[in-house]
Design a protein around this ligand. Structure first.
Ligand SMILES: Nc1ncnc2c1ncn2[C@@H]1O[C@H](COP(=O)(O)OP(=O)(O)OP(=O)(O)O)[C@@H](O)[C@H]1O
Ligand SMILES: [Mg+2]
Length: 420
């Protein structure tokens, strides 16, 4: 079957290291594979992170892709048969990073990055999951979707990591704004104002992006300033749309109860997004993975936890059980952006409304998930992901392809121009 037309690429990132990205990505991809062919790609290309937790035979890896001219399809590895006697994971494959550190693969050159992006786009699978490295450089940002966050992972055990996760959102949004409003953007030809608009907008973007400059604290304030300066303008609407359609998805790893997670992770995460970016973006908790010594043990034995603790239940039955949960699709239903008029005056952002929503969701999930183990947690998150994949616009969750930096510029310009 040819999946190229309806593939979905979902990136897993965190900003900071050690929060469980790889653990999440591996077990999430394995769980997804029960619902369609799934390829997990190790993009933490300096540390061979996936092969550290999957002790499978790897004949070819990204070394062969980059240095031996193999296609990515030729570099797929699979689980050992003995781990999967009933073929539950026969639709799962992974692309391993090189076994040893190789500078030009760990720190991708422009040409290598382009090749990698094109190869990922060429993979034939229903789902592609990307395990990204920690940090926030272009080796991470260029593999994230453009109009949503992909899946961000953080944990109440590492409160500092929640800031890094919200910084990823900021990085995606500002990269997009920078490109659209680049002084040489063809956009200005369509809306007039040329150099003058470009200067004004870029000065404003500078001060929003600069956390130490408090004159324009976030994009909500930016929109107010802009509508003052330009009046009713397609430009203002373009930015409003970018923000209001943006979806942020997160997973809490090493979950240790509602109150800890709320106080140590969700609250700072949401407050940072609202204060520094906007109260207009949509923030969705996809679920959590409990803290479990079995996960840790499975990792050290290099057998993925969901495989290690295989269940006897057939997979479709697991799905049916989940569907009986009251709140399975909580917060995922298609909601049209609020499209509230831009206020005349910027009033300091108030995260209460957004936080209330997150807390309510957390309580409802916790009612549903009482007594569930990590395996159920993965099923739950996969179910919610499938719901998003089936029911929402492609750009709302992951994306059907990655864009090289050049294609990205072209894409956002053409979209912006068509709106103008
Ligand atoms: N839910 C969990 N319960 C218990 N231990 C966990 C859980 N998730 C991850 N761990 C442990 O936390 C450690 C870090 O996990 P992992 O390597 O997946 O993080 P990472 O974010 O990919 O790190 P890096 O930034 O180095 O790539 C590992 O020892 C792993 O076994
Ligand atoms: Mg990792």
């Amino acid at each position: 079957m040819d999946y190229k037309g309806h593939k979905r690429i979902v990136s897993v990132s965190s900003g900071k290291g050690g929060v469980g990205k790889t653990t999440f990505a591996v077990n999430y991809a394995l769980t997804l594979a029960q619902y369609g062919p799934t390829i997990l790609v190790d993009l933490d290309t300096g540390t061979s992170s996936i092969r550290n937790v999957i002790n499978a035979e790897v004949n070819k890896d990204l070394y062969h892709f980059f240095k031996r001219n193999q296609t990515m399809g030729e570099c797929l590895s699979r689980l050992p048969e003995k781990w999967d006697p009933d073929g539950r994971y026969r639709n799962f494959a992974f692309v391993a990073g090189p076994q040893h550190f190789i500078d030009e693969i760990a720190n991708l050159t422009h040409a290598n990055k382009k090749r990698l992006i094109q190869a990922i786009n060429g993979l034939n699978a229903r789902f592609v999951v990307l395990d990204l490295k920690a940090g926030l450089d272009s080796n991470v940002i260029d593999f994230l979707p453009i109009s949503n966050s992909g899946i961000l992972v953080f944990t109440p055990h590492l409160p500092a990591a929640t800031m890094a996760a919200s910084d990823i959102v900021k990085a995606i949004l500002f990269r997009k704004l920078r490109i659209i409003f680049h002084p040489k953007s063809p956009l200005y030809e369509f809306i007039g104002g040329g150099g003058q608009h470009a200067r004004l907008i870029n000065t404003l973007i500078d001060s929003v992006e600069d956390n130490y400059d408090t004159t324009v604290p976030n994009l909500d304030a930016f929109l107010v300033d802009l509508s003052h300066a330009l009046g009713e303008q397609p430009l203002v609407e373009i930015i409003q749309n970018i923000v209001e359609y943006f979806h942020v998805y997160y997973v809490l790893n090493m979950f240790n109860g509602v109150s800890q997670s709320y106080e140590k992770a969700i609250q700072p995460f949401v407050a940072n997004l609202v204060d520094n970016i906007s109260q207009r973006i949509n923030i969705v908790n996809l679920g959590w993975i409990v803290e479990s010594p079995e996960i840790n043990r499975a990792n050290s034995q290099r057998i993925p936890a969901v495989v290690h603790h295989r269940e006897r239940r057939p997979p479709d039955k697991v799905g049916d059980e989940l569907k009986r949960l009251h709140n399975l699709y909580l917060g995922l239903k298609t909601e049209k952006p609020r499209k509230a008029a831009i206020p005349h005056q910027y009033t300091q952002s108030n995260p209460d409304f957004v936080l209330d929503k997150q807390l309510t969701a957390l309580h409802h999930m916790s009612e549903d998930l009482q007594g569930h183990n990590f395996r159920d947690n993965f099923e739950y998150i996969v179910h919610r992901s499938l719901y998003l994949i089936q029911g929402r616009r492609v750009q709302d969750f992951g994306d059907s392809r990655l864009f090289t930096p050049e294609e990205f510029v072209e894409l956002v310009y053409s979209k912006a121009v068509s709106k103008a």
